[in-house]
Design a protein around this ligand. Structure first.
Ligand SMILES: C[S@@+](CC[C@H](N)C(=O)[O-])C[C@H]1O[C@@H](n2cnc3c(N)ncnc32)[C@H](O)[C@@H]1O
Length: 169
């Protein structure tokens, strides 16, 4: 996000914020004060915990699966990893419906990660793994320019950075 927007205020929606660890990370990391954070989660218990224990005002945490207002970026870390069905088509359809709702509210783009496999599947432990190039093609077709970030220390993880045309460089 810093590379795409080198200066100024950046509004982000952390979709699937869990216990708000990104908010905590941003608080402790230098140069993050220009990021204006709102966390969203479909789990009301987690949102209540964030509202109670985070350093941010309680309105910074909202129950939901997409931003309720326009933001610069939607970010999702691990949000779509835990599938609630064994039906891959069904799960991917659900994930793309969620992504489309986030995309509609994201001025610059969205950034999300997935577990990587040679062939898309849902594991016995109900974790969604996907063929990243296929996912990238679908993101390009449905949304916009999509780059993949791989990190050597996390070989089974890929981050997709989807941006609107005028921000894609
Ligand atoms: C693996 S946790 C990751 C939490 C956090 N992002 C982190 O990195 O610590 C996934 C979170 O996403 C939430 N979640 C799952 N599906 C969601 C959806 N469609 N929209 C919003 N939140 C969702 C879950 O309730 C859970 O808190």
């Amino acid at each position: 996000m810093s590379a795409l927007v080198p200066s100024g205020i950046v509004k982000i929606a952390d979709i699937g914020c869990g216990y708000g660890s990104l908010a905590g990370y941003m608080r402790e990391t230098p140069n993050c004060s220009r990021f204006v954070y709102t966390g969203y989660d479909i789990n009301p218990t987690l949102i209540a915990a964030c509202q109670q224990y985070s350093h941010l005002p309680s309105k910074s945490f909202v129950i939901g699966d997409c931003p309720t207002e326009l933001v610069d970026f939607s970010v999702m870390s691990g949000t779509y990893n835990m599938a609630v069905t064994k039906d891959l088509i069904h799960w991917e359809r659900y994930m793309f419906r969620c992504l489309a709702k986030c995309w509609d509210q994201s001025r610059i783009g969205m950034i999300f990660n997935v577990l990587v496999a040679d062939k898309s599947h849902i594991s016995d432990g109900m974790l969604y793994h996907c063929e990243v190039d296929k996912l990238r093609r679908r993101c390009i077709k449905q949304f916009g320019t999509t780059r993949i970030i791989r990190e050597r220390s996390l070989p089974r993880d890929a981050t997709l950075v989807v941006t609107r045309q005028k921000f894609s460089g």
